[in-house]
Structures are given as C-alpha cells and as structure tokens.
Design a binder for this molecule. Structure first.
Ligand code: XIL
Length: 334
C-alpha cells in the first residue's frame, strides 16, 4: 500500500485530522487510516454537544471517535474544554434565568472538566483546554466573553488546573487562531507568559492555522513558533487548512455569486503555501509536536459554510474524489 502523510512525517510529528462520527463509517475511513495517525473530534467533545443539560452528558459520538482511535492505534487530541462558542444553554444561567456567580460558574467548569477528562484518561494524550480567549481587537487583551464577564481572567488558569488534576499525564494546550499576526501573537504571548510565570500547568500552544493563500508570511510563522518556544512550550498545528479565499474578504463575501473558480493558478499558489509551511514545521523538530488538518478532504470542509454558506472551498490536501492534490505532493517531497 502507498505511503501516507503519517509515514513521510514519522521522524517529525504525528499527522492528525478532525473528524465527526459519521466519517468513521464512510469511504473516508480508509483514507483516514492510510494517511493519519491522530484524530481530533471536530465537534463531539465541545461543551454544548457533550454536556447538553446540566445533569446529562451525551457520550455516543465522542466515544465512537475514541473507540475508533483505540481500535486502530491512533492518538486522540481532545478539543476542547472551555470556549465561548458551542456552549450549552444552561451554562451561564440559574434556573430562574439570572446569571450565575463566579463561584458557581467555576464549579460547573470544574465538574465538566473533571468528568470529561477522567472518562478518557489514558486514551486522550493532549487537550485543548482553553480555546480562543484572546480578543481580535488589537486594543483589547482578552475576549469579552461570558467567561471573562463572570469570572475575570481566572477561568483560564483554573481550567488548566482542573484538567491537570483530572489527568496529570495529559499534555495541555492553549489554542487560538491568527496567532501569526504580529499584534495578536504578542497578546497570546502575554497570556502564555502570565500562565507560565504563575506556574499554571500548561505545556503547549495550538496554532489553529486556518490560513489562506496570502497568510501567514513565512517570517511571521517562524517568529511565532520561536517566540512561543522561548517560553518552554511545545507548539502544535491544530486545525490546518488553507482557504482559497482571502480571509478578510471572506468575511464580507456573499454566497456563490462571489465565489471564484478553483483555478490552476490558485491550486499552484496553494501547493506553494503548503510546501512553505511544512518546510517551516520540519525546521523545528523539537518544538512542533503535532500537525492536525481540520477535515479530511475537499469533499467536506467546514469552510463550505463558514463564514458564508453556499460557497465551495478547497482548503485540504485531498480533492472531492479523495485523491491527493498538487499540494499533497509538495508536502511529502523533501
Ligand atoms: C468548527 C467546526 O468545524 C464546525 O463544524 C462547527 O459548526 C463550528 O466549529 N475554531 C475551532 C473549531 O476551534 O472548533 C471550529 O470548528 C473552527 C474554528
């Protein structure tokens, strides 16, 4: 059988992919097993899906993914324990509808993290503990989420302490996007430094890596990896895809009428961008400890519906027929 990404990168890092439970029973399952040696649940372990009522957990989908990984000896990266999106309705409210106190919210976070992390102890080697807590606005530090409004910034350190207590062997990450943009990189660095200085059990930083043909610039990517590594943290690429649309324009885009065709020029540019970023990853073998793609192939990508529905995107290494693209060959040629 042909070599997969995981084989080419065996000396470097595990190569992972984000999946839902249905992919594991589809024709894509064979591609997953051929190419990847790590998986991440795309949605199944987020607090909303896995903890829909205060007294009830929904384990079916998360268990299916972990069981598949165990059966096929894949690693699992858990995603995620604390985020401002995909939260369950009950989380920030008392039964009477008023907002909970800091003490109550931290207790809920503690119970949640304890329950989920212990269930998969020894089966999930790494967790995204806190996701996207830094603001997008360069003049702000932390995102003004319900978490921040109710708890102040303590929720971040506490989430790491709860996760570490539940599974002392798990590798714990802070995960965020646009971390290569210099002004966001500095603010993420500031948060990570605070956590390290306070002896919070944090071991790594996840660069989501929802990139484009324009971003990141090689020098910004290198600067980010080096700066985070200087704190003694490992770096993982946690949600890699390279959109064929410019990110800022994408936010304003309206459906299919603005969609560009996936031209040979774009395919070429995308292959070059993939070649560049993987060359950078290989240049930091002690720092980069994992690279995970956000979805399997262009047949299905979350970017088909985000940030606008109805516009096809082509951000991955395999095409809609699950065949390797030009970009794939650039990634494995070294
Ligand atoms: C996305 C999923 O891919 C979608 O299916 C879902 O509708 C929304 O969330 N940053 C993250 C991921 O940390 O959890 C997000 O996943 C993509 C952006």
């Amino acid at each position: 059988t042909e070599k997969g990404l995981k084989d080419y990168y065996q000396q470097y890092f595990p190569v992972g992919v984000a999946v839902g439970p249905s992919a594991l029973k589809s024709p894509e399952a064979a591609l997953i097993l051929q190419q990847f040696n790590s998986i991440t649940p795309e949605n199944a372990m987020k607090m909303g899906p896995i903890h829909p009522d205060s007294t009830r957990y929904f384990w079916t989908d998360a268990d299916a993914i972990v069981n598949f990984a165990q059966a096929h000896k894949l690693r699992v990266r858990g995603h995620n324990l604390c985020w401002h999106e995909q939260t369950p309705k009950w989380l920030f409210k008392k039964p009477n509808g008023s907002t909970v106190s800091k003490a109550v919210l931290l207790k809920r976070l503690h119970d949640h993290i304890d329950t989920v992390v212990k269930r998969y102890k020894g089966k999930i080697y790494a967790w995204d503990v806190v996701n996207e807590a830094v603001a997008d606005n360069p003049r702000e530090f932390l995102r003004n989420s319900e978490w921040l409004k109710i708890c102040g910034e303590d929720f971040i350190a506490e989430a790491f302490r709860y996760a570490h207590a539940a599974d002392p062997k798990a590798v714990l990450f802070y995960n965020d996007y646009n971390t290569e943009r210099p002004e966001k990189m500095e603010r993420v660095y500031k948060l990570l430094k605070k956590l390290k200085d306070a002896k919070v059990p944090i071991h790594g930083v996840g660069l989501q890596a929802h990139w484009s043909l324009q971003e990141p610039a090689e020098k910004d990517l290198r600067a980010t990896i080096e700066r985070f590594a200087s704190l003694g943290l490992q770096v993982q690429i946690t949600e890699l895809d390279i959109s064929v649309y410019p990110w800022e324009k994408e936010k304003r885009a309206r459906r299919v009428d603005e969609a560009d065709a996936y031209t040979p020029e774009m395919q070429q540019r995308q292959a070059e961008q993939y070649r560049m970023v993987f060359k950078v990853f290989r240049d930091y073998p002690k720092v980069i400890t994992g690279v995970t793609f956000w979805n399997i192939s262009d047949k299905y990508t979350w970017l088909d519906t985000y940030p606008v529905a109805g516009r096809k995107n082509y951000p991955l290494l395999f095409d809609q027929q699950l065949k390797p693209k030009k970009a794939f060959y650039e990634v494995v040629k070294f």
